[in-house]
Ligand binder design. Structure first.
Ligand code: PHE
Length: 460
């Protein structure tokens, strides 16, 4: 079959692709979200279930996304349609791409607000506001920021501007450079923070909370949260990785790339958790404090360590960069789709979509102050946007993607893309993609909605 070529250029090397995909995967999801979601869901058992989801569902779906993306070489909407038709199925597979575009828009709308928190903490850290910090001081700083929607709007706007700016400049120029040094630097900084936590925090309590499973805490909701977190953290289920796969040169190993990215992403999340919980317990803070967790714990560490002024500033700079390289992945499916279907320039597409996302961001901003009391299904607006996109749309998208790769695409096509031959490794992938991943996602969905119970199946 004649291969299609990408309309947006290709990654210059295998390394560039790995960097872009890990840049997309490693972000606020690892450092901000993983610790607070793990904390809110009871720790150990959640973490264990999360790791299972990453290995058995996340990895095969990441491989599926990349291989579909490279085969289609278009934006996720067109790719799903084209590859679907090629495999003798319906064009309506495009709907999966559309859901992904929408999920990306929703996620970025709140992601950018949180990235704005990180930006504002660069300023706090640089101005040495954490010096000698105690719990009151950090809570005051955080609460002061959260309570003022104008402050949140300012930083959110700034973050959206830098995101649109880099996306407008195009794939290879925009993405490759930033990730190369920043990811390793962030990893080094996290290791240093872990060192601080071991020496000065309550490391025993923190590690026990994170690593010793208490299965009575693993409710259906917690399992769904772990599944959603796995999708969110790996950037899968919405076409971000598919869009990146579209720019992947032939002959690059999809399997090796996926494995490296999954390991790096998971290591980063565990590192963040292990660095943060010892500080939480040493200061008798609440592990279930919610989205403010790292913003209320890390400044305590920075404020009381030697070199914390510089170290804290650097940390929030790198965290912002990590968020930045992820936000590019969140907007890329929508931008690529708009460029290809409406013939817009990248700059125009990125601007229009950026403005929509920016406006949507106000729902999240206001849900921390003016609209704090507005609850739907017992959740704030932000929590609803997060739950809908991360815990429902991403796993649902991933379910369709893995069914597509495992059942719609023929063996020849997937084997050709994965280039694993037809030996054990390929058979293992196909088994996970066809059976394990779809069944697991469905079971977690059913369990969380109480339907398993309804069918008379009891789990615990
Ligand atoms: N994986 C990113 C993070 O952990 C978030 C993300 C999700 C990015 C989906 C792209 C697509 O921060």
């Amino acid at each position: 079959m004649a291969k299609r070529t990408s309309l947006h250029g290709l990654w210059s090397s295998r390394m560039a692709f790995i960097l872009a995909v890990s840049g997309s995967a490693v972000g606020l999801g690892n450092i901000w979200k993983f610790p607070y979601v793990a904390g809110a869901n009871g720790g150990g058992a959640f973490v264990l279930f999360y790791l299972l989801c990453v290995a058995l569902i996340g990895l095969p779906i990441m491989m599926a996304e990349i291989l579909i993306g490279r085969r289609g070489r278009r934006n996720p909407v067109a790719t799903m349609r084209i590859v679907g038709e090629e495999e003798g199925s319906r064009p309506s597979w495009a709907l999966v791409g559309i859901m992904g575009v929408i999920a990306g828009i929703i996620i970025l709308s709140f992601y950018s607000v949180i990235a704005g928190w990180s930006l504002s903490y660069i300023a706090h850290a640089a101005l040495n506001r954490f010096e000698g910090a105690d719990a009151d001081l950090v809570n005051g700083l955080f609460g002061g920021m959260l309570g003022n929607w104008k402050v949140l709007a300012f930083w959110h706007t700034l973050f959206m501007i830098i995101t649109v700016w880099v996306v407008a400049r195009g794939v290879e120029r925009g993405l490759e450079r930033a990730v190369r040094f920043l990811m390793p630097s962030l990893a080094v900084l996290m290791v240093a923070l872990l060192g601080y936590a071991i020496i000065n925090g309550d490391f025993r309590a923190g590690a026990a909370f994170l690593l010793e499973p208490d299965f009575s805490k693993l409710t259906g909701e917690a399992m769904l949260a772990a599944l959603g977190q796995a999708f969110f953290s790996l950037s899968i289920g919405m076409g971000a990785i598919m869009a990146y796969g579209a720019y992947l040169p032939e002959g690059t190993s999809i399997t090796n790339t996926s494995i490296s990215v999954v390991i790096a992403d998971t290591a980063m999340a565990l590192l963040a958790g292990l660095a943060i919980f010892p500080i939480v317990f040493a200061h008798a803070m609440d592990p279930a404090a919610g989205p403010g967790l790292i913003f209320q714990t890390l400044p305590l560490a920075f404020g009381n360590m030697v070199g914390g002024h510089l170290f804290g500033t650097l940390f929030f700079v790198l965290l912002t960069f990590a968020a930045w390289t992820s936000s590019i992945g969140l907007i890329e499916p929508a931008v690529a789709w708009s460029v290809e279907t409406h013939g817009r320039s990248r700059a125009a597409a990125a601007t229009v979509i950026g403005v929509i996302i920016w406006a949507l961001g106000f729902l999240t901003i206001l849900s921390f102050n003016e609209f704090e009391h507005i609850k739907l299904f017992g959740r704030t607006l932000f929590e609803n946007l997060d739950h809908l996109s991360s815990n429902i749309m991403l796993p649902l998208g991933g379910l369709f993607i893995t069914v597509f790769a495992g059942w719609v695409m023929c063996k020849n096509s997937t084997a050709e893309e994965l280039d694993l031959g037809t030996g054990t490794a390929y058979r293992l992938w196909r088994f996970l993609a066809r059976w394990v991943a779809p069944a697991a996602v469905l079971l977690v969905f059913l369990h969380a909605t109480g339907l398993l119970h309804f069918f008379g199946i009891t789990t615990s």
